[in-house]
Design a protein around this ligand. Structure first.
Ligand code: 4NP
Length: 159
């Protein structure tokens, strides 16, 4: 089993979108018994909340449902439990590396580094912007999800 954790600040915009997009990809590839994913926030601000309505609407527009997801906060146990701990931006990465036990630091990576074709390393925070921010974010997340699956196939599963 390969386990992936997507992390942002609030766990209501970027990381639940990433979880939904990647979960859909994994299901379409028939790998749901092999790859598990989850998401969380570095903050405790939205614990128990569903994704932001704008994120849910953008995902639905692309044929993906994320309305079943509920925000939670990162815990130190996550670094042992997951193989990939993927931050959306450098602020997330700084928080994660501060919390992460030394032995697991190599698991902490910027999610967009799996999409070198995207000319950004950080997924911009769409929370305070307009709806088009959510569409841009979705495109980046789709690209990085494909790159992430390719990485998992290369290093973890021979399929
Ligand atoms: P996310 O976006 O980190 O992508 O979930 C945010 C959600 C909430 C807040 C900031 C960013 N907030 O300030 O409550």
């Amino acid at each position: 089993m390969v386990r992936v954790l997507f992390v942002c600040l609030g766990n209501i915009c970027r990381s639940p979108t990433a979880e939904g997009v990647f979960r859909d990809l994994v299901r379409r590839e028939g790998l749901q018994a092999t790859i598990k994913s989850d998401s969380c926030g570095t903050s405790d601000w939205h614990i128990g909340d569903p994704p932001d309505a704008r994120a849910t609407a953008e995902a639905l527009r692309r044929g993906i449902r994320i309305d079943d997801l509920k925000a939670r906060q990162i815990s130190t146990a996550d670094f042992a439990d997951f193989d990939y701990v993927l931050g959306m931006d450098n602020q997330n990465i700084n928080k994660l590396t501060a919390l992460c036990p030394q032995a697991y630091l190599s698991k902490v990576q910027l999610f967009l580094d799996f999409a070198p074709e995207v000319n950004l390393r950080e997924v911009p925070d769409p929370y305070y912007g307009g709806d088009d921010g959510f569409s841009n974010v979705f495109d980046m997340i789709e690209a990085a999800s494909n790159g992430l699956l390719a990485d998992i196939r290369k290093y973890h599963i021979d399929v």
